[in-house]
Design a protein. Sequence first.
Length: 364
Amino acid sequence: MNRVKSYIKQFAGIMLQPVIATLLGLLVGAVFILISKENPIAVYMNMFDKSFFNPYYLTQTLTRATPIIICGIATAAAWRAGYINIGVEGQMITGAFTATIVALYVPLPGFLLLPLSIIAGMVAGGIYASIVAVLNMKFNSSIVICTLMLNYVANYIASYLVSYPFKDQSGDGLSLMTRTIPESTHFLQFSSSNTLNFGIVIAAIVVVLFYFMERKTVFGYESKMTGLNPNFARYGGVFERRVMLKTMALSGAIAAMAGMCEIFGYKYRYTDNMFTSASYAWTGLMAALIADLHPVGILAASIFLSGLQVGGQAIQRSSSIPLQMSTVIQSSITLFVSAKLGIKYFKKWKAKKKQDDGGGIEAL
């Protein structure tokens, strides 16, 4: 019982600042709503009704939240270890496209083809993310810049492949997409009247497994210590290069799962720019920042941000409030959260610089 109380107290302490940031973000949104000559209370009530309180819109919110949750966990997996992975989108594209091709062209029954496709996608995403770790180890290249640039590489390669060799030739010729994957590989749909599918269960499982891994496994401890203080981890016997390679591979594999949930649970084919235009990876990054990289917080923040997007689309049709209002609110929340994170990482950078200049591990 005491352990549960301690966890609740710890979680409340972590989420206090994000909750305050959320309220401030909603306040910023209210100012712009007033400028549009609308009632903020009425607009927010309408937005939340058409994202959380109405059962149909709630299923849309959860469907959209599924890849965002997993992208948030993929981000946290790398960031907690001190590796700023901005390439979740590219890893998502690589894994999802690989899984789609396997599902389309490997002649196996569905009960074998689906797990094979998922494994292939996760391996592809993990390898793609590992490229950055190798570049950093060999040439001391920037993880931030490399992961960011590899987003474009993955998107352009997938765009070429879906435009020419793997393009669906049965369409109108204008749509750039693959053929539909076999029905036997589709995720279970919870109802024929909405889009909610087994992907949301996978997202919840990913959250639980990541929570367990970072707190109960040796790799989770090594990864966390590397992020908190690389010098201390090194003196403690942690092989930093191995941790980097495993962490980036894990982050990429999780990101690939986000894309596959969208393919096998909702879209059933790969379409050009489907992840870039939806901004799942960047919204997942926002969720991870809002939750301070806590897995349960990422789950809650992802659903909330998804609700803002779904509700924003709904109020656009019923008022003069543009869809971009939800983006303003999201960005404001992220800005207020980032203020704390910026101070945190600045202090960590100063401590690391002090250690590098003077040696020792007294800054831990």
